[in-house]
Design a binder for this molecule. Structure first.
Ligand code: CO8
Length: 257
């Protein structure tokens, strides 16, 4: 697949998606967002890919936000369309039926923080800096950051970060639950790979269903989410996975999926 703004590769079950616009700290213009959609679709349809890892090219940035040069020319109609496109693409990441890990190697600001929030799990380098600085530019987060940050960190922390437009370091991001884990920069990709390996050792359908149930549950109330969980629990038994998983446990061997 021809992509101008991403490096896409598949290795040992992992689909690596590297944002590649280092001259502008991997900022997202419209072309990059549309390419992200294509890249995710391709990884979704590739049966060799079990887990996706998203990261940024270069030492400095994961993604430093939407491309400010492109946005500076927008009128209200284009800005609304840009926001809707970004929301659609990030929703695709959130709902792709494979786990997605963000390996945050540097600045994850604005749309970059929103990209990380759309991933299932976030691992950050000690050098990473995160924030939603949109109000410093006279705009607000537009790729669902107002919604996802409040869900991930709670409304109070989300409001503090969004209203102040400030950046926080990786350790502070871990404290508020914005990232799962902080690691040394040189270990970042290895840690992400290790986690992907742990996930891939498990029943692939079970992991996929668990992701869907968690996501749908977050969109609904507890009772509805719980009822959906029971239905999905039943669906697990329609595949060969429980037989293999439980059989392997009882026979004291490793499951073969
Ligand atoms: N867009 C475009 N270019 C960028 C961006 C960006 N977001 N970030 C960095 N760049 C460019 C710089 O202009 C610079 O280019 P040049 O070398 O040609 O001057 C190059 O990248 C390197 O950047 P700096 O020289 O600024 O590097 P520093 O180390 O001094 O600073 C920072 C790094 C702190 C990350 C700084 O670049 C910065 O503050 N960047 C902007 C961060 C930001 O505000 N991001 C949020 C953007 S708004 C957004 O994401 C909204 C998303 C939702 C949109 C909704 C639809 C309307």
């Amino acid at each position: 697949m021809e992509l101008n703004n991403f490096i896409l590769s598949v290795e040992e079950g992992i689909g690596w998606l590297k944002v590649n616009r280092p001259k502008v700290l991997n900022a997202f213009n419209t072309e990059t967002i549309l390419e992200l959609e294509k890249a995710i679709e391709s990884l979704e349809n590739d049966s060799a890919v079990k887990v996706i890892i998203v990261t940024g090219e270069g030492e400095k940035a994961f993604v430093a936000g939407a491309d400010i040069a492109e946005m500076s020319d927008m009128d209200a109609v284009r800005a609304r369309a840009f926001s809707q496109t970004g929301q659609r693409v990030l929703a695709k990441i959130e709902n792709v039926e494979k786990p997605v890990i963000a390996a945050i190697n540097g600045f994850a600001l604005g749309g970059g923080c929103e990209l990380a929030l759309a991933c299932d799990i976030r691992i950050a380098s000690e050098k990473a800096k995160l924030g939603l600085p949109e109000v410093t530019l006279g705009i607000i987060p537009g790729f669902a950051g107002t919604q996802r940050l409040a869900r991930v960190c709670g409304a109070g922390k989300a409001k503090e970060l969004i209203f102040s437009g400030g950046m926080i370091d990786a350790a502070s991001a871990e404290k508020i639950g914005l990232v799962n884990k902080v690691v040394a920069p040189e270990n970042l990709l290895e840690e992400a790979k290790k986690l992907a390996g742990k996930i891939m050792a498990n029943g692939p359908l079970a992991v996929r269903i668990a992701k869907t149930v968690i996501n749908r549950g977050l969109d609904s109330n507890f009772q509805t989410g719980q009822a959906y969980e029971a239905e999905a629990f039943g669906v697990c038994f329609s595949s060969g996975e429980p037989k293999e998983g439980m059989g392997a446990f009882l026979e004291k061997r490793k499951a073969e999926w």
